[in-house]
Design a protein around this ligand. Structure first.
Ligand code: GTP
Length: 307
């Protein structure tokens, strides 16, 4: 991939020379002739900029001030690391020290040979690649840590985070939500009769059915075993029971077919609504759980709604 480099230098010939070197090495070059212009160019290209080569002594704003400002912007915007190398005629130790302290990653003394420059560029590219791979791995790990591996939906931890977020939204905007816990009925018998694989297939199939009617704002998560949570944001008390009746029906309406065998299954659903106020997610979940218990206790395959 072509690396994009911002070259900042107030001396036209220095800048041109650098540009020539870098273009030969196959880098794409953008330019700035002082610290303020460097910040402007950084802002305009921050999405795809790979490296900054920054002169120190410049009119208007010097290189140290510009880098300090750029690092502050990056911090505020939580941007990816961007290597910055100072290029300066001053070999003063205190300047080298200051360059690194304000946020530079290296400090080279002019005149710089093409060989040294390309070697330094390679080193920065290597670090940038490593950081990119690390960032990608973190994303994958975060995804794994919040997903149920069997069904692919949110796990309990991620579900609770989303519930918290939706409850905050309800408190702010007054739009009520309904939170349900559903639990497959006599699921142990499915495992005992058809085997654990078949039980797994039932869980996956039922989750797919639920997702097919969940709509864009609905949320499903696996709370554990054969127990799942559903959040329907922005639903009023009158509409909640019939909405969840649809979920009960879609589980019951046809058997799951696994290896040619029909597996009939039903579900019990406990629902609790939240209209705002100080109630916390654990209490809301507890109310939904109590409603679920009542559904199980009074015959299963039904929806019990607690306002
Ligand atoms: N196949 C499969 N079974 C699971 C999984 N997680 C939990 N189970 C099984 O789910 C069953 C739950 O059984 P119980 O808690 O007794 O409940 P039930 O048989 O569904 O009965 P009720 O909930 O009272 O209607 C247990 O046999 C667990 O082994 C899973 O990921 N895959």
């Amino acid at each position: 991939m072509l690396m994009k480099v911002l070259v900042v230098d107030d001396t036209n010939t220095d800048r041109l020379l650098l540009k020539l070197h870098l273009t030969k090495l196959d880098y794409e070059v953008i330019e700035a002739s002082n610290g303020q212009e460097a910040i402007d160019q950084f802002m305009a290209h921050s999405q795809d900029l790979d490296l900054i080569l920054m002169d120190v002594q410049m009119p208007k704003m010097n290189g140290f001030e510009a880098v300090k400002a750029i690092r502050e912007i990056q911090e505020i915007k939580k941007q990816e690391w961007l290597p910055i190398i100072f290029l300066s005629a001053s070999a003063e130790e205190s300047d080298v020290e200051e360059g690194i302290l304000v946020g530079g990653d290296d400090y080279l003394i002019k005149p710089i040979s093409q060989k040294v420059l390309s070697a330094k560029m390679l080193a920065m590219q290597r670090i940038a690649d490593m950081r990119r791979r690390l960032a990608e791995s973190i994303l994958v790990l975060e995804e794994l840590a919040s997903t149920d591996h069997l069904t692919g939906v949110a796990n309990r931890r991620a579900f609770e985070v989303m519930l918290e977020r939706e409850m905050t939204f309800t408190r702010q905007y007054g739009k009520p939500l309904a939170c349900a816990i559903f639990d497959l009925d006599k699921f142990k018998a499915v495992n005992d009769t058809f085997g654990h694989d078949a039980g797994d297939a039932v869980l996956v199939d039922i989750v797919e059915r639920i997702k097919s009617i969940l709509g864009e704002s609905g949320i499903i998560g696996r709370l554990g075993g054969e127990e799942f949570g559903i959040i329907l944001p922005n639903i009023c008390e009158e509409d909640a029971p019939s909405a969840f009746e649809r979920y009960r029906c879609i589980v019951e309406e046809k058997p799951v077919i696994h290896k040619g065998r029909n597996i009939s299954i039903t579900t019990s659903i406990g629902v609790a609504s939240f209209k705002g106020g100080r109630e916390q997610k654990q209490t809301l979940l507890k109310r939904a759980d109590e409603a679920l218990y009542e559904a199980k206790d009074t015959g299963r395959n039904k929806v019990i709604y607690h306002q």
